[in-house]
Each structure stands twice: as C-alpha cells, then as structure tokens.
Design a binder for this molecule. Structure first.
Ligand SMILES: C[S@@+](CC[C@H](N)C(=O)[O-])C[C@H]1O[C@@H](n2cnc3c(N)ncnc32)[C@H](O)[C@@H]1O
Length: 340
C-alpha cells in the first residue's frame, strides 16, 4: 500500500475535496431514521442557540447507541459490543451532514457542530497541552498544577510535537490546539466535505498552517507517525456501525501504526467510559502480544521489537454534565494513552 504525506493546500486531494457532492447512498427510510436520531440537523443554525446545539449534539451521539448515560469514572457491566448501530456509523451519513454544513457555512458563516460543546473542546486542548509539556520535560503527569512552566519554554517544547486529529470534522479542535501553542498540526477525515469545511474555516480564522487530508483511519494511507494523535468523537462514530465491534479493533490496529513510539493518543468519547477505553486498550495489547508469539510470526520475532502497546497515562478528572429535557444527559471521558 502506497503511503501518502500531507501536501500543501492546493494539492489534488485539496481540489478533490472542494468538489463536494452530497452522494446519496442511503434510502429515504434510512434518512428519516438519521433525522430522528439527530434531529438538530433540520433546525441547524436557525432556531437553536449554540449552547442548546452542543447539548443536542452530545445527546445525539450518545443516544444513537441507546445506552444509559453513565459516570465516566464508573465501571460498567455493559461492553461496547452492546452499542446499537446507528446512521452515525456510516460515511454516507457524514457526507450528507457535511454537505449541509458547507451550505450553512457559505450562507451564514456557521462553523458547524462543536461536538460535546466548546467547553469540552477548550478543556481537551488545554489539558493536552499541559500533559505534553510535562512529557516533554520528562515529568509524570502532575494533577495539581503546571503553571510553573515559562511561556517561552512552553512554545519551544510544543513546537516539537507533531499532532494529528483523526476524524477532525470541522477541524476546530486543531484550531484550539494551535491557540494553545502547538504548531505542527494535521487533520484527517474520511468525508471530503469535512475536510473542505475544515480548510475553509482554518483559512477564514487565520490558521493557514494546519494541514488537512481526506483519509479513512481504518484504511489509512498515512506513512508518517505523529507524537500526538487526538480523537474527539471519531471512535464513538466508528463503533456505531453495524460492524462496530470489528471496526473498533481495526481502529486500534491502525492508530497504533500512526502514533510514534513514546507518543500520545488522547481520546475523547461520550459512548465509552474511561474504564471501558482502558479495557479496550488492554484487549488490544493482549491481541498484539499473542499475535507476536505465534510460531508463524517470524517477522516480529526476527526484528526483536516489542509489538505496539498502549499504556494508560491520565484522564480529565472534572467534566461538566449536560442536562437535556429535564434529565442528566451525556458525559464525556478524555483519556490519554502512551504508545511504547
Ligand atoms: C462525532 S464527529 C466528530 C468530529 C470532530 N472530531 C469534532 O470533535 O468535532 C465524528 C467524525 O468522525 C469522522 N469519521 C468517522 N469514521 C471515520 C473513519 N473511519 N475515518 C476517518 N474519519 C471518520 C466523521 O466523518 C466525523 O467527522
């Protein structure tokens, strides 16, 4: 498989991504299911204020799996394989969504959905920055305070981190990471419309150094590794496909190939708790270690290299809860894993 690298703005990929068409791969019946499961799309940018849309969006992604909201710190009996599939697991859904969002951007200048809300996005970005700074200075995460780092030192340290946001959508998390001081920033999404929107927003907002590329994380063509890989809502969406359980396994295989050794993976999810994500990572580690010990796996044994593994490092400890329709809605978990 030929690998690809991020190209400058006017690459073929960039031009292709501008020719966005809402490819209708799903039936009208399916569409009405999607509309029910994410009703805010019809009112998008019109009657709902921003805060309400954030609440609705998080609710929609979580409700799509029809799972009870739960404390992100708690252990649960349910496994991820219990998630009920939804339209949010299909690329056709996202293509149609971003086609709508591009129209809203052109006509009204709207940025599109901020998944889990602006507060969560800002918290993820600032918490990730502090974690990276501590890692740069070879400290273990300090949960109390990182303000002792000087501004100049921070900028220098952050400039060495190459960052990839998988399933970047409108790319706003990357803009937020840029505001925190990261400068080597890239985003991928399998929907051309998402990448088109992300590029337009980055250009409009003056973040022209952020690179964007159409890429499916489950069949990635990237041939470079990144010190920091972020995912906000992408693994959630992947898990909502009817083959979500298998696709989540493919996700870990794929992601382990693009996080550099010693690098970080930071996942933000509203469908998995912190503990579920850790369990999923442990299952991945075990699969890899079993595979490397199989007698016919000469390649791994000859190189003497350890198979890729992820290790839990830290998670965001305080998140607001959302109240929707009179009941407490989705909560979010953000967990960081270190790649060996
Ligand atoms: C819930 S949205 C989150 C978007 C963005 N990360 C954010 O926080 O605003 C899920 C995103 O994952 C993307 N996505 C889903 N499956 C993907 C895959 N296999 N490869 C790349 N992107 C994917 C969708 O197109 C969509 O943009």
């Amino acid at each position: 498989m030929a690998g690809i690298r991020f190209q400058p703005e006017d690459s073929d990929a960039s031009q292709m991504s501008r020719q966005v068409a809402a490819i209708d791969l799903i039936s009208d019946d399916d569409r009405s299911v999607a509309a029910d499961s994410w009703s805010i799309k019809s009112d998008y940018g019109s009657t709902l204020d921003d805060e309400q849309r954030h609440v609705d969006a998080a609710e929609a992604l979580s409700a799509a799996s029809f799972r009870a909201s739960s404390d992100y710190n708690s252990d649960k009996d349910e496994s991820d394989s219990d998630a009920v599939p939804s339209m949010l697991g299909f690329q056709s859904y996202w293509d149609a969504t971003y086609a709508d969002e591009l129209v809203n951007f052109r006509e009204h200048g709207h940025t599109g959905e901020v998944w889990f809300g602006a507060d969560v996005m800002e918290k993820v970005a600032s918490w990730t920055k502090n974690l990276c700074l501590e890692m740069s200075q070879s400290h273990l995460p300090d949960h109390s305070n990182t303000n002792h780092l000087t501004a100049g030192q921070s900028e220098k340290d952050l400039s060495t981190w190459s960052v990839l946001d998988v399933g970047t959508g409108n790319g706003l998390l990357l803009q937020e990471l840029a505001k925190q001081g990261f400068s080597d920033l890239s985003g991928t999404d399998y929907s051309e419309g998402a990448i088109d929107l992300a590029r337009r927003l980055a250009d409009r907002d003056g973040f022209t150094n952020i690179k964007f590329l159409v890429d499916d994380i489950l069949e990635t063509k990237l041939d470079q590794k990144f010190q920091l890989v972020t995912d906000k809502g992408t693994l959630d969406a992947i898990g909502l496909h009817p083959d979500g359980h298998i696709k989540r396994m493919l996700y870990w295989d794929s992601v382990s190939g693009i996080v550099a050794a010693g690098g970080l993976l930071v996942i933000t999810s509203c469908n998995s708790t912190k503990d579920e994500l850790i369990q999923e990572v442990e299952a991945f580690n075990q699969r890899k270690s079993c595979a490397s010990q199989e007698p016919n796996n000469i390649a791994d044994q000859n190189t003497g290299k350890d198979p890729p593994r992820f290790q839990y490092i830290d998670h965001i400890r305080s998140y607001p809860t959302f109240t929707f329709g009179g009941s407490v809605g989705s909560r979010v978990a953000t967990v960081a894993f270190l790649r060996n």
